[in-house]
Write a protein that binds this ligand. Structure first.
Ligand code: UD1
Length: 422
């Protein structure tokens, strides 16, 4: 298994191109199942999670071709050959559940493996199930698989989510585009990835209003058509690289970045003493003082502080002047990076969903282990600012969500390399 070796201490200066959003692309790809015509996604990120979704779609009979060096995905679901999402693929990636809604809408049936637990918590799929039932599908759990049927087709309905779920909102949105009548999703997720999906579906002929607010209304249509759609910028990759110079010193400009995508996060960075500048090509950040200031962070659904940037923020606050509090309100077990950061000298105490971080002047390099995608990038970031060498093991997590991370950072002056192991 590959690892990443970082020798800390170098200031970062330069420009980093930000890719299309993994999480948007993972929802856009299954939308191909809603139409027989081709769906082309441009600005796609080149990541292993995207290949996993491609594999899953291929197993259902979708033609997947990549062009423009992997940046363009041409998807065509002329005739589907299956409606079963197998455990072998689903267990690798939870987002596989996103084929449920489109398959039900198009085929009237779907069999999707339960994703199982993951490192950051139990992450059930009851809300996905509830949404499909509201649209008239019958679901049954058998042998670890959700068996869903809608023999009469789906019909529009009110879907009231008890808590905000990005994935369940996406499944409901896709399924409702082909349901008979009107669907109103209340307490919908408002993430930019939901807005991107709605825009793509509208290009395909769907009738949708209200995306980006907590009430989305969908008027079902007979059929959808093909379309070409550019994937929105990855706000989590953007936020991760905005933190890098805040840790190391220097100034990095993230190309394609927009403040609107990370408004709450950018405000928090400014509170911590990081200057966030809007430039002609994106967003640039640099630290204004010798050390950052301690802040209080609470993760919440969009437009709140994203849970997917909590680990990176903790890496930054590990060397802040003062005591920071991070409250994780989305996932119950998302502090696995804390003991790894502690191996590097961070002073972090975790009680339930709250981490108290007492800033130390400097971290020291150490061998550490990535436990999930965002945790792994937080360890790389911490290593960039630490004294000495940090070796981050299990970087396959990193490759799920960050394109060529070592190249992007090296181009800005980081001393970082990938150690390939067979
Ligand atoms: C998506 C993102 C992930 C991000 C998360 C929260 C993708 C591919 N992944 O994940 O990176 O961290 O949003 O912003 O887009 N829940 C239930 N029942 C369900 C579904 C969810 O209880 O059926 C709970 C979850 O356990 C969690 C909360 O709802 O506590 C929010 O999860 P959700 O928004 O669904 O996350 P994902 O869509 O899985």
């Amino acid at each position: 298994m590959d690892s990443i070796l970082v020798r800390g201490g170098a200031e970062l200066n330069g420009r980093i191109p930000i890719a299309g959003a993994k999480n948007a692309c993972l929802a856009l790809m299954p939308a191909t199942l809603l139409t027989e015509e081709p769906l082309t996604l441009t600005n796609a990120p080149r990541l292993s999670d995207i290949s996993t979704m491609a594999l899953l779609l291929e197993s259902l009979g979708v033609d997947v071709a990549t062009r423009d060096d992997g940046r363009e995905l041409a998807l065509a679901s002329h005739g589907l050959s299956g409606h079963r999402a197998d455990y072998e693929i689903v267990r690798r990636m939870r987002a596989s559940i996103l084929v449920l809604g489109p398959l039900l809408a198009r085929e009237g049936r779907a069999v999707v493996s339960l994703p199982g637990g993951c490192a950051i918590g139990a992450r059930p799929v009851d809300l996905h199930q509830m949404a499909m039932e509201a649209l008239g599908a019958e679901l049954e759990l058998r042998d670890g698989y959700l068996h869903a049927h809608a023999p009469q087709g789906l019909r529009g309905a009110g879907i009231d989510f008890p808590i905000v779920s990005v994935g369940a909102t996406e499944n409901a949105l896709m399924a409702a585009t082909l349901a008979r009548g009107t669907t109103v999703i209340r307490n919908a997720a408002r993430e930019p990835e939901i807005v991107d999906l709605a825009q793509c579906l509208r290009r395909m002929g769907a009738q949708i209003e209200g995306e980006g607010t907590s009430t989305i209304t969908i008027e079902g249509v007979e059929r959808l058509t093909g379309a070409t759609h550019p994937v929105v910028i990855d706000r989590i990759e953007l936020g991760s690289y905005m933190i890098a110079p805040a840790i190391t010193g220097g100034r990095v400009e993230c190309l394609g970045g927009a403040r609107a995508l990370v408004a709450n996060f950018a405000d928090k960075l400014e509170e911590a003493g990081i200057r966030v500048e809007e430039t002609a090509d994106g967003l640039a950040t640099h630290r204004t003082g010798e050390r950052v200031r301690a802040v209080h962070v609470i993760t919440e659904p969009y437009p709140g502080f994203p849970t997917d940037l909590q680990a990176q923020m903790m890496a930054l606050l590990a060397t802040a002047d003062g005591v920071s509090i991070l409250e994780e309100r989305i996932f119950e077990n998302r502090f696995m990076h804390a003991p790894e950061l502690a191996r590097m000298g961070a002073d972090i105490e975790v009680h339930g969903g709250t981490a108290t971080v007492r800033g130390v002047p400097r971290l020291r390099g150490a061998p550490v282990m990535a436990t999930d995608l965002r945790a792994s990038v937080s360890l790389v970031l911490a290593g960039l600012g630490a004294e000495g060498e940090t070796r981050v093991a299990r970087v396959y997590h990193l490759d799920r969500g960050y394109e060529t991370v070592e190249q992007k950072l090296r181009a800005c002056g980081a001393d970082i390399e990938r150690i390939r192991e067979t």
